[in-house]
Design a protein around this ligand. Sequence first.
Ligand SMILES: NC(=O)c1ccc[n+]([C@@H]2O[C@H](COP(=O)([O-])OP(=O)(O)OC[C@H]3O[C@@H](n4cnc5c(N)ncnc54)[C@H](OP(=O)(O)O)[C@@H]3O)[C@@H](O)[C@H]2O)c1
Length: 316
Amino acid sequence: MTAPAFACPRRKSLVSEIWDFTGPGYRKAAKKFHSLANANGKHVVLTGATSGLGLSSARTLASLGARLTLVVRDAQKARQLEQECLALGAVSVSIILADLTLLADARKVVAELISRDEHIDVLINNAGALFNQRAETSEGIEQSTSLLFLSPVLLMRGLKPLLSRAEEGRVVNVVSGGMYTQRLSMSWLRSGFAHRYDGPAVYAQAKRALAIVTEEWHESWGAEGIFINSMHPGWADTPGVQSALPTFRKITQWILRNSDEGADTINWMALAPEMSGVSGKLFLDRQARTYYLNAKTRERPTDRQALLKYLSEMID
Ligand SMILES: NC(=O)c1ccc[n+]([C@@H]2O[C@H](COP(=O)([O-])OP(=O)(O)OC[C@H]3O[C@@H](n4cnc5c(N)ncnc54)[C@H](OP(=O)(O)O)[C@@H]3O)[C@@H](O)[C@H]2O)c1
């Protein structure tokens, strides 16, 4: 199901791979970009549309004429955004309120969309946060695990019947270059990261888990005409980075990309004709990238299987 045009490019040096995360990295890549395709009324479900990359994506997709369902947690921000997206040219905008750290809310989103019975062209799992303090939700799940891994997978799986009714359903999972620093640890994930909590590492574990599941499922989903991929946005100067990583932001501020630059590949993956039939890849700046920058972070096949087992225990 993978178009040869998106075979992974040859490995570059580590420094050059990391430099690609930056604003200058984006601008170098963007010299070859062409304009985004028109959305032509495609129905896009986008999570986390009220800030940073998601906000940029909502605005761009609206101006390209998408039909938007925005899954957000803040009703006031949602009202403003709905008006803005309509003014920009969205064919329609519908809002679903959900706190995606809660699996019950993710299930409610699925139930609401299934009851509306409209096909979905693109699901963008973008909502996210990096938590520097460990906390469990009222459902007893460590919050990074539920927000960054279990809820996106629940949305994917629950909305699959609606994605399969599109001419070509697509899923874009927003992960993170941070996952390059981590090898999936099933014992750590299973323990809810309880014995040792390190916000950036836990965040990276959850993103790594989402990327692995996307890779694991892509063949069977592709056989049903749904194409699922991950992307990482590089380093973008968003409110999320400003609040969760103030020191990182202070040091790197001069080379960070802006939200529009970080979100470009999300929108491109949602709409580009070149992405037709492409599945199971990880993208940065409209190019397929390696899943691992260091062989030591490659998980064992048994851990991939253990991850799928854990997933079915948590969400089935
Ligand atoms: N910026 C980067 O450099 C970078 C790098 C790698 C990956 N990412 C990923 O890119 C995505 C967007 O991040 P960002 O940098 O744009 O962050 P951001 O500015 O903080 O935006 C995050 C979005 O997710 C929403 N969200 C957070 N927690 C939620 C919850 N419990 N339920 C529902 N929605 C929730 C936020 O809603 P509110 O507006 O209500 O807070 C907001 O709309 C995330 O998945 C992040 O992990 C970003």
